[in-house]
Structure formats: structure tokens, C-alpha cells
Design a binder for this molecule. Sequence first.
Ligand code: PXL
Length: 274
Amino acid sequence: MKKVLTIQDISCLGKCSITVALPIISAMGSETVILPTAVLSTHTMFQNFTVKDLTDQLLPITDHWKNQNVKFDAIYTGYLGSQEEIEIAKKVFADFKTQDNLIFIDPVMADNGKLYPAFDENYAKLNAELCGLADVIVPNITEACFMTDTEYKEEYDEAYIKDLLQKLAALGPKVVVLTGVSLSQGKTGFMGLDTKTGEYFSYQNDRVDANFHGTGDIFASVCVGGLMRGDSLEEAMKTAADYTAKTISVTLENPEKPWYGVDFESTIGDLTRA
Ligand code: PXL
């Protein structure tokens, strides 16, 4: 069985980061090992959340794994709590990188033109360096702008997206994929660039006019799960985009009108394949 290490926070309530990565990657057939960067009462879109930083625990945990000769088929990073934790993620890559395992980075730090409360521009610069070590990165447009010193635009054309992809490629990852990209009115999806072949690829779904937290984490987790079960990168991304779009639609039908996360529990069965 494939083994994935995911490094991100535990938001106890909030349906994001580890509380979606763990069930989704497991449902897709891979063992999921967690390295929690912090424990928060909720994700940071709630007011007055609590945070217990776990920076001092990370290397003791990974040193123990190293001593046990543990190997990972993929290392997937999401929300890291601090600049120091970005440095630790680099060390974990150095310690556990092999010839053929996958380094997958979702540089979670911003959305809708703004950094999340815990982060500043220095953090974005360090995240850009981290992305240079990846096989695949999946930033949204806001994160890409912060990492490449590009002006954020709500309205854009394909040339703007291609320019961002080229700037991300210059950071050093093998494949760059921008999420939340709308290439025509009423649509949304992703556009990517394979830096080896120079080829662009894209995929679009109907855009649902709703903004939920955790959907980026769901997209990234399904991509990792798909890659681990042997899907091609484009297949894995398409499955992730379709699954995320369907889950948002299902959530919108919930009469309880959830606001902080999506009802992936209702759709997760779609991801299980014998
Ligand atoms: O879904 C991304 C995410 C992960 N972890 C924490 C967050 C967020 C987004 O707001 O606050 C703690």
C-alpha cells in the first residue's frame, strides 16, 4: 500500500487541512501519515480561535520515523503555521526524499487577494522557496501572486494566467497548477504547466457562486490520492476538480446552510474505487 505523509495543521472544527486530507487520501486507498503543525480550535476564518503551535514536536517525530526506517511514497504539505515550520518542511524533504517519491505542495496562505491572518509577505517568500523543491505545486491565484510579486487581479485573461504559470515555473517545481482559474464566464477550474515539456493544460467546470473554506484542501487531497493510485497527473486533477465542484453543489442543497466547510462526507463514496 502506498504511504503518504501529510504536513499541515489540525483545525479541530472546520473541515480543512488534516481533517479532510486524512479521510480523503485513506478513502482513495493510501495509508495517510500525519505530521500536525499546530492544533487550532477551528480554522482561522472563525473569530477568537485558539492555537497550540507544535513546531518543537516536528523534528523529534520525524527523527523517530527515520530511526524506524520509514519511507513515504509522497509528502504533501498544506497549511504550515510559521516561517520556522517552512524550514522544517525543507528538512523533512531532505530526510525523506527518494529517487521516485512525490513532493506535492499546496502553499496554503492566502485567498481572494489577501493573506490569511497568521501570515506576512516574508512568509510568502519562504513558501516560494519551498515550492522550488516540489514535483507539483497547486497554489490559487492569490498565493501565486504573493509568491511571484505579481499584481492580483479579479478580472484577467489567459495571458495573465500563463504569465503567472511561467513565473511559478521559474521558482523550480516540475509541474505548476493554478487553481480557481476561470477561463471563460461562468466557469472555473485549473490551468497548469509541465515545465519539462513546456505544455499547458487546463480543465473547466461550471462555476458555482459560493465560497467555502477547505475546498482547496479537498482538491489537493484528491490529487494526491489519485496520483498514488496510479492516475496520470491530468486525470488526478480532473477527478479532483469534478469532485470538488460536485461537493460544493451538494453542500449548497443542505438546508442547514453550512458556512465553514463543505459536506465531503456526502460525496466521499465517489472516491472509493476497488
Ligand atoms: O483550508 C486552508 C486552511 C487550513 N488551515 C487553517 C486555515 C485554513 C484557511 O483558512 O485557517 C488553520
